[in-house]
Design a protein around this ligand. Structure first.
Ligand code: ADP
Ligand code: ZN
Length: 739
């Protein structure tokens, strides 16, 4: 027999090996093996078994790694699909399916010495008081790690060893499993009685789980606080009842202990009791190894985690849940540049599992799919616990700017509202999503923002050249000296750089006695920080919490009655056609933090373009209205979800070479894609992040409805393309970030 193997090397192809007789019984598709390559020994994964090979002189496999076949046939198929669709080498796709922690040659179990008291027959040997104490301690426990016994008793290793010599204790190594949540006390929870909307949603999911019903993929659109999580929990219980397992994906940022706890608590006891394995990037490699094996061995039937948990080796997978499906963090920004939501849908299809995408603000892609009937739409339009949606008011900052000399951070209205909360001992959340490099040109008096005439994305202001540039198509124009609006002509038109730090210091000056905390990636270096800051808000030790998008998600603080959004249109003026969608999502999510307790919530939205649809629809909690209007814009320019995008990025140290390569690439693309009628090629243009410290970047954007077809051609093209040594190309299919 011959094994075809994808080696863990960036080679972009597979190699055939003879399977020696003594390994024949252990080698299957998906088995991890060690094989000779050049003068080395390399690990890899068997992807096919063949009778014959077209290559002569095959070498034999050396060894099988791990006891169980590691990659299931479905995951192997999924990896192949990813490789083809996202234009990446098979080993890169495979590597993603199997985490680093379980790919190693040496099994990653932690062994520890354990002490066990041995049964004693007849009168024992004479012992010192110390020895008696230790023996009593050991007898009181079934089996204790040696380290722990030493710590508790304060004895030395030698003393314990002496007891072993006397035949009273046995000390032996054993696997000791790591549990990243060992310190948590988790109280079991019971199913809640569902309201009518929840029951209706669950009934449809339940029918699909039983194999009835026409749909397998659902979009659960429920407003913030509508009780989506309860629907997830009960759907999982139904899957478990049928002997099937489940995967729950949540964005990394909302993978807080509270979220994990809600799942662990429900399944920690009762008839559907199972372990819940957690997979995310903050685990140590050893923890990840153990969590992965809990799933592989079937002891954990539920896996919860961020993006990469979509590959969790759950057998008889019945259900995949993607919470906050609109979140950009589901997209991996390095090869393979996959989108976990889309991979979840494909995996569910391959495994005939049910998939539920949930959000208060679905992505346009998913809602469009629901409209077309690809997904079944489930709606939950009201909060589960009868709390009202907060009142949202928009503050026109142009008015405020006109009254004061330079534009202030806080409008009088917001200042007053904060003061009121301080007096009433209620809490406030202030939100500002400051983004780094992308700078637009905005007039603070009239709200004017320069846009590309062809692409309708904001033009980027290049201060040194005094130019405005479109980073999609390359359009350029001179930067205006005064606001171009005939009625305005403001000479102070410029970008205002404002960040959370300045908000904090200004606020401190305004309210010196308030207890203020800031939460963004600058202030949170360790994961305990996150927990501590949120703990202080929960226990009322913080009056005002300032933060970036980090605080937009999933927080549930009953005493927060005011949410202030400092500069709501900040995200609207990025060179990205999704700016409006992002802003709508973010505003809706942040607003959802207010009024979760008994006092009705208030949201104040400060904006320089207060009548922008993203702001107005968010104010009215009107997703459908926003969807209709935004789709009209996408339709006109043939942007997603009406088409799909492939973004080709070229980068290198030498600007001329990169630019030249981009022009060459465009010509080759035109040749290669001849006959693809609906394909549009935009660019090359300087990428929005046009220059990093060491590199120049140019990009080409391709739009088509037939992405699978385009992916194949791009892969062919990339294989035959000769670029200068120092120019690198990356292909991003369905990018979420146009920079
Ligand atoms: P979502 O995930 O949609 O934002 P959650 O699942 O967090 O909403 O639910 C919001 C609140 O409503 C939670 O406190 C939850 O316990 C409560 N809740 C959910 N379903 C019900 C129900 N059927 N009856 C009463 N309270 C509920
Ligand atoms: Zn343009």
């Amino acid at each position: 027999m011959i094994a075809r193997v994808t080696l863990d090397l960036a080679l972009g192809k597979e190699f055939d090996y003879v399977i020696p007789a003594e390994l024949a019984a252990q080698v299957e598709v998906g088995t991890r093996v060690k094989a000779p390559f050049a003068h080395r020994q390399v690990l890899g994964c068997v992807t096919a078994l063949l009778e014959t090979s077209p290559h002569p002189h095959l070498k034999p496999l050396l060894k099988v790694i791990g006891r169980q076949s590691h990659v299931s046939p479905t995951l192997l198929r999924l990896a192949r699909w990813m490789g083809a669709y996202y234009c990446c080498a098979p080993e890169v796709a495979l590597r993603t399916v199997l985490p680093e922690a379980v790919r190693k040659e040496k099994e990653g179990w932690r062994e520890q010495l354990f002490v066990r008291a041995l049964p004693q027959h007849g009168p024992g040997p004479k012992l010192s008081r110390r020895q008696e104490e230790i023996l009593a301690l050991a007898r009181a426990r079934a089996e204790t790690p040696l380290q722990e016994l030493l710590r508790v008793s304060g004895a030395s290793g030698q003393t314990v060893r002496r007891l072993e010599d006397k035949g009273l204790l046995a000390i032996a190594p054993r696997i000791s499993e790591r549990d990243p949540y060992a310190g948590e006390i988790i109280l079991p929870t019971q199913q809640l009685a569902m309201n009518a909307d929840q029951a209706r949603a669950l009934a449809e999911i339940s029918a699909a789980l039983r194999g009835g019903g026409p749909h397998k993929a659902f979009l659960l659109h429920g407003v913030t606080g509508s009780g989506k999580t309860e629907v997830y929990l009960q759907a999982i219980a139904l899957a478990l009842e049928q002997g099937k397992g489940a995967i729950v994906l949540v964005p990394e940022i909302s993978l807080t202990p509270q979220t994990v706890e809600r799942f662990k608590a429900r399944f920690s006891s009762g008839p559907q009791q199972t372990l819940v394995a957690v997979l995310h990037s903050h685990l140590s490699s050893g923890e990840r190894h153990d969590e992965w094996h809990k799933i592989r061995q079937g002891r954990a039937r539920i896996a919860i985690g961020a993006r990469s948990a979509v590959f969790a080796p759950v057998e008889r997978l019945g259900l995949i849940i993607v919470d906050e499906e609109h979140e950009n963090s589901y997209k991996q920004e390095e090869a393979p540049r996959y989108h976990a939501r889309d991979v979840a849908v494909v995996r569910a299809q391959m495994e005939q599992a049910v998939v539920v995408l949930g959000s208060a603000t679905p992505s346009l892609e998913s809602f469009y799919n629901a409209q077309k009937g690809k997904y079944r739409l489930l709606e939950m339009p009201a909060r589960a616990d009868d709390k009202k949606m907060p009142i949202v008011r928009v503050v026109d900052m142009r008015q405020v700017a006109r009254h004061e000399k330079k534009s202030p951070i806080f409008s009088p209205l917001l200042k007053e509202a904060i003061l009121q909360r301080l007096e009433r001992k209620e809490q406030t959340i202030l939100f500002l999503n400051r983004r780094g490099y992308a700078t637009s040109l905005q007039c603070e008096l009239c709200g004017y923002v320069a846009e590309c005439p062809d692409c309708s994305v904001s033009l980027t202001y290049h201060r040194q050249e005094q130019k405005l540039k479109c980073h999609i198509c390359g359009h350029e124009e001179a930067a205006p000296l005064v606001c171009p609006q005939a009625k305005c002509r403001n000479p102070a038109i410029r970008y205002s750089g404002l960040g959370t730090e300045r908000v904090e210091s200004t606020l401190l000056a305004l309210f010196p006695r308030a207890r203020i905390r800031r939460m963004d990636s600058d202030t949170l270096k360790r994961k305990e920080d996150y927990r501590r800051v949120l703990g202080d808000v929960r226990t009322g030790k913080t009056d005002i919490l300032i933060g970036t998008q980090m605080i937009a998600k999933g927080l549930h603080f009953p005493n927060v009655t005011l949410v202030g959004i400092i500069h709501a249109d900040l995200g609207l003026h990025l060179p990205d056609f999704r700016g409006s969608e992002r802003t709508f999502q973010l505003l809706t999510q942040v607003a959802g933090r207010a009024g979760r307790g008994d006092v009705e919530g208030e949201v104040l939205v400060q904006a320089f373009t207060p009548f922008h649809p993203a702001i107005q629809y968010a104010r009215r909690h009107d997703f459908h209205g926003f969807y209709e209007e935004e789709m009209e814009f996408r339709r006109q320019l043939n942007y997603p979800p009406l088409s799909r995008i492939a973004l080709l990025l070229l980068r290198g140290r030498n600007e001329e070479k990169v630019k030249f390569s981009a022009d060459y690439l465009k010509r080759e693309l035109e040749k290669k894609t001849a006959g693809m009628a609906d394909l549009a090629i935009k660019g090359p243009a300087a990428a929005p992040l046009a220059r990093t410290k060491t590199e120049y970047r140019f990009q080409i954007m391709l739009l088509t409805r037939q992405m699978s077809r385009l992916s194949l051609r791009l892969a062919e093209l990339a294989a035959g393309l000769t670029l200068p040594e120092e120019v690198k190309m990356t292909v991003d299919i369905d990018p979420v970030n146009l920079m």
